[in-house]
Design a binder for this molecule. Structure first.
Ligand code: GRG
Length: 294
């Protein structure tokens, strides 16, 4: 009885959190992206299309959820949360290009290059991380040192030792790739941005406790890897076949991949139990991410 009432309450709290914070980040993104009627109009239209065409906003939600665990007011995190989403949007635009995954659809709509052509899509993707840095630099709420740290976190997460490097390694995958190598690629291509989200939240809250920061980093590693394995599994479910590409399920089989994703999510939950703060929303968010169907 108590448990079901508690679960109901947690679900309501999560729903409220998702709605409020998605609205916040969408508004911030809308405000910080250049308007479509400003030259170069087509480029700006493509940037806005790539960012504002839906998306679950999981990375910004993670930033806000970490902030909430440390009692931070969300307005402090609007710009950091938006900046990480801009980088994510860049990675998706480029990932969809013919030279990469060559996808026609993203979030159920034609990909950026299908609508605007390859050249504009490349430029729109290129412009987004620069905008992320610019909005962080311009914002007035956080201290300059905090902003510099945030810029450093994002540039590292984005660069050749982060998601771009992970993508480069991903393109060199062969049948000889083993699971350790694949996990390393996932840790860069997907995990780097998840780690950045957690770091943005904890830096904004000025958390110095090394133990707590270590736990949060471990938490980010666990959900980052679990999320990418789940993404592989969802791609399999949608296409009813294991992709030609080497992914987690192609290396270990569907059942083993499912077990591994579940184990990682459980580890992430355990990490949260070891935090000294109120992680209720983070727990519910992990639960929500675990159950996602797209
Ligand atoms: C600079 C040429 C060049 C490439 C950029 C493309 C790239 C580097 C990195 C790709 C990273 C990538 C696409 C990783 C996959 C991560 C992933 C599972 C994305 C889907 O995330 P969701 O489900 O998407 O959060 P939504 O649509 O909800 O935002």
């Amino acid at each position: 009885m108590y448990h079901s009432k508690q679960n109901q309450e947690n679900t309501m709290n999560l729903e409220k959190f998702l709605n409020n914070h998605r609205k916040r980040v969408n508004q911030t993104l809308d405000q910080c992206l250049p308007p479509e009627n400003k030259e170069p109009k087509q480029l700006h239209e493509a940037m806005r299309y790539a960012v504002l065409n839906g998306g679950k906003r999981l990375r910004p939600l993670l930033v806000y959820a970490v902030g909430k665990a440390f009692n931070l007011s969300p307005d402090i995190l609007d710009i950091p949360a938006a900046s990480v989403e801009l980088i994510h949007a860049f990675s998706l635009v480029h990932d969809d290009l013919p030279a990469m995954d060559d996808d026609d659809l993203r979030r159920g709509k034609p990909t950026c290059h299908k609508v605007f052509g390859e050249a504009i899509a490349i430029l729109a993707g290129n412009a987004l991380p620069w905008l992320a840095i610019e909005i962080l630099h311009k914002q007035k709420t956080l201290k300059s040192n905090t902003i510099l740290d945030m810029i450093s976190i994002l540039t590292q997460a984005c660069g050749s030792l982060g998601l771009i490097g992970g993508q480069a390694l991903d393109m060199q995958l062969t049948e000889k790739t083993d699971i350790t190598q694949l996990e390393n690629i996932y840790s860069l291509k997907t995990g780097a941005l998840f780690r950045a989200c957690i770091q943005l939240g904890s830096i904004a809250a000025n958390i110095q406790d090394i133990e707590q920061l270590k736990i949060l980093n471990e938490f980010a590693n666990n959900i980052g890897l679990a999320f990418q394995i789940q993404d592989d599994l969802l791609a399999f479910k949608i296409h009813h076949k294991v992709d030609k590409k080497i992914t987690y399920p192609t290396l270990v089989g569907i059942d083993q991949a499912k077990t591994q994703a579940q184990d990682l999510y459980k580890k992430a939950m355990k990490d949260l139990e070891n935090m000294k703060t109120d992680t209720e929303i983070l727990v519910s968010l992990v639960d929500y991410i675990m159950q996602r169907e797209y």
